[in-house]
Write a new protein. Sequence first.
Length: 434
Amino acid sequence: MDILMNPIVVSVIVMSVICLLKMNVLLAVIVAALVGGTIGGMSIEDTVGSLINGMGGNAETALSYILLGALAVAIGRSGLAGVASRKITQVVGNKKIAFVFLIAFVSCFSQNLIPVHIAFIPILIPPLLVLMNHMNLDRRAVACALTFGLKAPYVSLPVGFGLLFMTIIKDQMVANGVDVAIQDIASVMWIGGASMLVGLVLAVFFYARDRHYEDLPVIGADENPDDVTMTKECWLALLGAAVAFAAQLYFQSLPIGALCGLFVMLITGCIKWKDMDTMMDGGVRMMGFIAFVMLVAAGYANVLRETQSVQSLVEATTSVIDTKFAGAVLMLAVGLLITMGIGTSFGTIPVIASIYIPMGFELGFGVPAIILLIGIAAALGDAGSPASDSTLGPTSGLNADGQHNHIWDTCVPTFIFYDITLMVGGVIGALMLG
């Protein structure tokens, strides 16, 4: 099959173009799935059936988002998030650049020290929107900071989600006859983290100019913005957040963690019985759309898998490679397309490893260079993809007042400053490692 007519290539291009034309992201992913399925030889009925059948793949994630949204609204109404935001205000004042780097620093902990992934965003970010407005801070810089924190740690550090990511790389390389250890992977994947750090710095200074926003009502913000003291409700909300965190780690489940946190806040009286509907409605308004996008994204990935287009894309690409430079560029480009299509960098590794390892050796790459190419190829699509939680998460917090566009304010900036720098760093790193 010709590369340009591969279902992944065509459907990802279609999704990207119509998203840039401001079609609703949910509809754009559905259209991309229909295009990918029909080009892959499936009927419309079979494509829709595959889309629906595959939606269960992100069911836990979608439920997590709804419950985390409700928890975020409850914590916000207690005043705890407002107190935390004012503490941050006291630390950074009106220094926009310091604020953005602080957000990036805090975000990094969500992948390793406290592995909650995007769960902190709807809790921490909405109360800070008023402060950002007063600083005339361009939220695109904050979106880049949040995506940096969600990606760079797992790409480069063998702890938390990073340990899981590197373990998958190790297992797949061992399965394909290359004996490596986690430290071997960590010794080269720092190049990916360094590339993203360059992108973060460029993004922060590029978006350093003032951008004006209105002070509109914010979902999840507390109702007493001038109260800076820790009230009884704040302490109970803090207890609920701590229980949610502990339960998530114990059960290895975000939905169970969020439910435990909500139950503790309900039992202790932090959430009034009569306010439960308000909490859940707020959670659905904040995170419901993102939850549905993730469901449909899983269905889209299922359609692409059933067309067998991933394997054909990789094989078609290998047939036109004849130099190390061309090999590195095309291997990373294919990884970008696959990850944007199937929506998971972790799930991309098994797909590409079996082809990239023999191809890398054939082109003359050593083991370190092949590790780097596989790792960065798998991670690329998370930044800039309309259906990735690494972009949907930041949008969920920054759009709590309806003034942050998912495509133009999150996906486009993160694609420019992270995917491009990762591509450049990956190619240079692979050629230097040999």
